[in-house]
Design a protein around this ligand. Sequence first.
Ligand SMILES: Cc1ncc(COP(=O)(O)O)c(C=O)c1O
Length: 394
Amino acid sequence: MTSSSLSEFRKHFPATSKGIFTDVAQRGLIPTPVHDSITDYLTSRTDLSWNKEEAFNMVEDTRNTFASFINATPSEIAFTKNVSEGINLIAGAVSWNPGDKVILCPDLEHPANVLPWYNVCKLHGVEITAVDSSGGHFDLDRIASAINERTRVVSVSTVSFSPGFVTDVIGLADICRQRGVRLLVDAAQSVGILHTDVQKLQVDALAVATQKGLLSCYGSGFLYCSSDFAEELRPATLARFSVAAEEGSHETTLTDQQFQYAPAARRFDGGNYNYLGITGARSSLKLLSDIGTPIIETHVRRLSARLATGLLQIGLPVCGGTPGNHLGHIIAVGVSGGGRHYTAQDPAMNILHDRLVKNGVHLSIRKGVLRFSLHGYNNEEDIDQIIDIAASNR
Ligand SMILES: Cc1ncc(COP(=O)(O)O)c(C=O)c1O
């Protein structure tokens, strides 16, 4: 049943017949239903059949769908344009005092989860407590020891962009809760592939964009913010969908400064929506919900273990070694940290990368490693072909 639903799922991705696509950590494949819904949107704007009331209904339907996708309530979801915007919205809305601290592990983070915090340092006199990672992992003991009475926020990625290990978010949330610190996660690399339940994870906020595991467009994203956290946040920017509107109204008729923020995360909605991006995201969420992320995660973790084991057997330096809990959908090969954002210093890795690309494999180089990344549309054949190509001199 599972393997047949996964092979049905793969059929929605015409690009799977054009090569071996293992680069969702950069961007996912667009499935046909997403392509079609976006085309329909453009047609409706072209032939004047577009209706704004229906568009608002579509937006709310997408909010509801994403909320159930991650086990949140709809008012805990705001629409954003990317991960960076989601993190900036939270960072800009905390009532900071000079000397407050934010804990980060900059050596594992994408700039999206570093620069927003540098900005609050500059604007509000906040200080960053930088914690070293350990062997490519967020080190929970080090983070726990770094927390003090001035720490307000810990911000980590659920899966790092390189070397791509899965973070123990539940363990970290436990530490943060006990110490009265808010936990924000950059979930760019997990949502849509690894099952995400914010009630289980116990995070205060989660930012994601739709071009990777959510299989849709650039320039569209979601911000989850728990009601409890959101109610203490004051958005740095305000627009009409960020304020409490009268029942049944999408517009506000406010004429003075007596306003209330919209409930919970809705206060971050801002002005008009990215209807095109949200239309695409709605289609992909439907596709992903139909199959279910628990099934996708199990499948992808099995494929990752198969790839990591095969590459280890032919003598390649797979980061993290033998497959374990650290392995989600990203398999990294090379020296983690042995390169800049898009490069690897080791010539052997560049030669292997070029051979893989020449043979139709889509992958990335990130911070010294070859990064393979998988989704539900990958199958065993993809994995075995990659191992064959890596082992050969083709
Ligand atoms: C961990 C992580 N965070 C964030 C991003 C992207 O951030 P944004 O959506 O703001 O461009 C990426 C990849 O592009 C990423 O790997």
